[in-house]
Design a binder for this molecule. Structure first.
Ligand code: ADQ
Length: 466
């Protein structure tokens, strides 16, 4: 009887992500969405604590109002190996189709496994049977498996924010053969796109323990799990409001000078060097008498301690220097490259001012900048989104001007077309993009994912194949 009662009480939501926000109300994006979900359902948000000399077991509570927050502990060595190492020098490049950038060290994987195990033990200590557990991203790919090994039978979901790798790239990973086993420990694996679901299908199919049931459902050693796409969105209303209300930062451009804008973390997956060269190709072929566009790229450094990130930074500076060297004039700098983080309000206003957004990653889970640009634009006189086929956002945003970022000629042509597009065509394209960005927003995403996870039937044990 007591059991039946416990079943009826809706469980808490336990979210695990590498980072948890320090502000009481996070500024925007994904963390805000999770904050809202936790506010609604109640529960606990777990993330990494500040690295220290030695890692401790268990969780440390963080003061917070509406729901609980806690950190797990990491040693400095683990930070180097689990975070900078396995997560960001192995999984990140591999999942972004850059197997050439892998630095695989056994000790990095050992630290990754140790951190995943420690978090699993900490969650097992505090989880109640009816709690829903929602794991975020590639830092915790084996966490659910570790939790199952400790006997947790809760509903467990994963959302992977980055692309799912090709089955052949996974062969470059020593732990590649275990991926299906890791994924199958969840009840629900959420991916950004149909393309990712297809890539996952390819990997799962190769595993002799996995059997496809159709509709995204799989059997792994007799236990069911699902792999489905849930394209993440933005808080479109809020971003549009910010964009309309915030003053545009002083750019020292004449008011009618065309502005092209790029906003990205400095990361090799974002295709910044290709973008600079594509803009260079446009400058080369444009007529000398036309307007002189300025391309403003905002790209704050990230993951500076990983060497691939230092390389990309130098390469980018060289590319900007050589293009500006060739085309700049006394009163015109074609590429402006800003490495600073820009406050959200200012960013929103810049998005609204821009005539063209260049969102041209070589690989990207979704890319929220594409959606932010659309939300920020004035529907009566909207700018043009130039979007790479390789952004996850491409699946929902076909009304953008689609480009192949590897093809400079194609890139140059798209910029030319964007700068000369008629008002009617801009409005048509924007209206269609806008509808999707506002409908499938961040609230839609959390709602859809958590509804699906909460409908998962009660846990069945794995059983050996007969
Ligand atoms: P990211 O790789 O960080 O996210 P993205 O989706 O573009 O990529 O989100 C970046 C966010 O940071 C945007 O909200 C953007 O406005 C903001 N930002 C970028 N540069 C900034 C700057 N200079 N100043 C201020 N803000 C800046 C990962 C995946 C993506 C996936 C998201 C969400 O790599 O593919 O879309 O998670 O799932």
């Amino acid at each position: 009887e007591a059991d039946a009662e416990a079943q009826e009480k809706p469980g808490r939501l336990i979210v695990i992500s590498n980072r948890i926000p320090t502000d009481e109300v996070p500024a925007g994006g994904l963390v805000y969405a999770i904050h809202e979900a936790l506010n609604d359902i109640g529960g606990l948000w777990i993330g990494a604590g500040t690295p220290s000399d030695e890692a401790q077991e268990g969780l440390t509570e963080v003061k917070s109002e509406a729901y609980d927050k806690a950190t797990f502990s990491l040693s400095r060595t683990e930070y180097d190996r689990y975070y900078l190492g396995y997560s960001n020098s192995v999984l990140w490049p591999l999942f972004h189709h850059r197997a050439d950038l892998l630095s695989v060290y056994e000790r990095d994987f050992e630290a990754y496994r140790e951190v995943n195990r420690r978090v699993a033990r900490a969650v097992a200590e505090i989880a109640r049977p009816d709690d829903m557990i929602w794991i975020q991203d590639y830092h915790f790919l084996m966490l659910a498996r570790e939790m199952r090994d400790l006997g947790l039978k809760n509903r467990i979901g994963l959302f992977l924010h980055i692309p799912f790798p090709n089955a052949s790239d996974i062969l470059a990973l020593p732990q590649g053969p275990q991926i299906a086993n890791w994924l199958a420990a969840h009840d629900l694996v959420g991916l950004q796109t149909q393309r990712d679901v297809a890539a996952a299908r390819e990997t799962l199919r190769r595993d002799p323990d996995c059997e496809a049931m159709g509709n995204g459902n799989w059997l792994f050693r007799g236990r069911e799990f699902a792999v489905l796409s849930f394209p993440i969105g933005i808080d479109a209303e809020e971003f549009a409001r910010k964009a309309a209300e915030s003053p545009v930062p002083e750019l020292q451009l004449s008011p009618d000078a065309p502005l092209l804008l790029g906003v990205d973390r400095l990361d090799y997956s974002k295709g910044l060097v290709h973008r600079f060269r594509g803009f260079g190709a446009y400058l080369e072929q444009r007529s000398q008498h036309g307007t002189r566009p300025t391309f403003l790229q905002i790209a704050p450094v990230s993951r500076e301690d990983v060497s691939a990130y230092q390389d990309i930074r130098e390469e980018l500076e060289r590319a900007a220097g050589s293009i500006n060297g060739a085309y700049a004039d006394l009163d015109w700098t074609p590429i402006r490259y800003v490495r600073r983080h820009v406050a959200r309000e200012r960013l929103a206003a810049l998005f609204r001012r821009a005539n063209v957004a260049l969102v041209t990653p070589l690989a990207d889970g979704m890319n929220l900048v594409a959606k932010e640009f659309v939300a920020a634009q004035n529907p009566d006189d909207p700018g043009v989104l130039i979007l790479s086929h390789f952004a996850g956002a491409a699946e929902q945003m076909q009304a953008a001007l689609m480009v192949n970022p590897f093809d400079h000629g194609n890139f140059a042509h798209a910029i030319d077309r964007a700068l000369h597009m008629s008002l009617a065509e801009r409005q048509d394209r924007h209206a269609s993009l806008r509808e999707n960005v506002f409908k499938q927003d961040i609230a839609w995403w959390t709602r859809t994912y958590l509804n699906r996870l909460s409908r998962v039937p009660a846990y069945q044990e794995d059983r050996p194949r007969d």
